[in-house]
Design a protein around this ligand. Sequence first.
Ligand SMILES: Cc1ncc(COP(=O)(O)O)c(C=O)c1O
Ligand SMILES: N[C@@H](CCCC[NH3+])C(=O)O
Length: 420
Amino acid sequence: MEDFQYREGELYCEDVPVSRIIKEYGTPCYIYSHASLLRQYRAYDSAFSGIPHIIAFAMKANSNLAILRLMAKEGSGVDIVSGGELFRALRAGVPPQKIVFAGVGKNPDEIRDALKTDILMFNVESSAELQAINDVAASMGVRARVALRINPDIDPKTHPYISTGLKKSKFGIAADRALEEFKLATSLKHIEVVGVHKHIGSQLTEVTPFVEALKKILGLVQQVKAHGTDIRYINIGGGLGITYSDEKPPKPQDLAAAIAPLVQHLNCTLIMEPGRNIVGNAGSLITRILYTKQGEAKRFVIVDAAMNDLIRPSLYGAYHEIRPVQQRFVQAATHMVDVVGPVCESGDFLAKDRTLPEVPPGEFLAVMSAGAYGFVMSSNYNSRPRSPEVLVRGGEAHLIRARETYEDLVKGEAIPAFLN
Ligand SMILES: Cc1ncc(COP(=O)(O)O)c(C=O)c1O
Ligand SMILES: N[C@@H](CCCC[NH3+])C(=O)O
């Protein structure tokens, strides 16, 4: 959030007053800081500079073409989970040799597209998928590079909805079945096993689960190597958390310090898939207060952004700091309020039971730490056009996605002739 600061009485993103952006593009509106994105990416990259590595930005966190181009220009690759993400990554100019493809449900068309593009590798999550990739590769007369995604059964100590490395999770191949799967993979003619992958969850605020999971995976790497398979890539996934309120997550250097000694001697390239850590605090969602309402039991601040714009509070009970855009309101009398949107759901809120200073209707609030899993998870529910996205660089503000129009809402819909 360093690049969102009060200056001359109002909130700025870098050198641009937020009020200038909303005058031009309206609200709700996502704003990202170029400086934050670069700083976070470079912090990750330099932390691991002692080890051969590839950063594959987890583009599910934010897949705007401008953000992807910026990452690619810094040298980043991407972690994708769909054909749509592959399309975006290529459109943004991400080199295929830095694209890794995860996800439990890759379909044959997606596999074919990825093979055609010659991406770096697939992170395979089951034996059925291994077989499917082998079949598609055979039909194309090529060999697919794969890493097996291992589920190490380690508790990442985060929200259950964003934990991915426990036995009960749908992700990855159970650690105790892994050797068998490696044997199967090496027996398939159109598969080349090149790596091992793990990703145990998101918004991790301690280093220990990363280390425990990696140790488990490395034990496996030894065994697989002993069977004659050359493991050249170790993918440690993403998951490093950020500060939303008072969390103190480790920094990329802390992660590197814990991990480097475990992998340095292995003669492998390390792959990392950070998403939230790079974009989370580089973005903010700006919203206008429409009304305030004193209910029977609660006070509501009704704003023009809703769960369709930012679903994290509704879906995970996630906390996002909320600040007035005009600094003079910071000192105003406070109330305990729910900040809610116009969507017709009781679960539509951006904050619940939050003590906030009184800001009058017509004024603006900034919902902080909204750069990751913000716009990408937005929807058109209640036929609400999705928000614009603006990228600030120094004193410039660039529109990187226009606000959707009502026409966009009905794009592709058709009324069959029998209804005429
Ligand atoms: C396979 C994989 N890699 C990377 C990520 C990125 O996670 P985060 O945004 O927490 O870094 C995810 C999402 O949790 C994921 O599923
Ligand atoms: N969407 C989640 C993170 C999911 C990570 C995807 N594997 C969030 O907003 O926190």
